[in-house]
Write a protein that binds this ligand. Structure first.
Ligand SMILES: [Zn+2]
Ligand SMILES: [Zn+2]
Length: 148
């Protein structure tokens, strides 16, 4: 009985006029996804990402979520990562594209602040990979120079 009652009902999120994902679900596909992955309906991706950072003295937005790539032996720095759907992305690239727009093909983001966990777009500059490697080398050389 009443089997058709909920069929085609609307998403229950505030100000959403989409149809619910399935006949029996409360929200549309987007809101259901947000609720499942973010635990909130109304957060934007930018708000969500900022909630996973803290701001340090250099006004870096330091990522506190997942990290990859740190190796003491190779001297490589950690990068923040974020899962979107089933794929893992570098957090600073995602944030940059959310705020500044698409990163031009073939360019990588250089951390001007040298904090690889920082996702503040103002601290990121698209450069060629060669330039990035060179800058990384120079900053390590400067560091070693200081230590010796
Ligand atoms: Zn919705
Ligand atoms: Zn920074």
């Amino acid at each position: 009985m009443a089997s058709k009652k909920d069929y085609g009902k609307m998403c229950q999120a505030p100000a959403c006029d989409k149809k619910s994902h399935h006949g029996d679900s409360t929200f549309c596909q987007m809101h259901q996804w947000r609720l499942k992955h973010w635990g909130a309906l109304e957060r934007t991706p930018i708000e969500y990402m900022k909630s996973k950072t803290f701001v340090d003295d250099n006004s870096c937005w330091v990522w506190t979520g997942g990290k990859v790539g740190q190796s003491k032996r190779r001297g490589s720095q950690p990068y923040g990562t974020i899962m979107i759907g089933l794929k893992r992305f570098r957090a600073h690239r995602v944030m940059y594209e959310l705020i500044m727009g698409k990163i031009p093909d073939g360019l990588v983001l250089d951390h001007i602040c040298r904090n690889t966990l920082c996702i503040n777009p103002e601290h990121l500059e698209p450069v060629t990979n060669a330039e990035n490697v060179k800058r990384g080398y120079e900053s390590r050389k400067a560091l070693w120079g200081k230590e010796s």
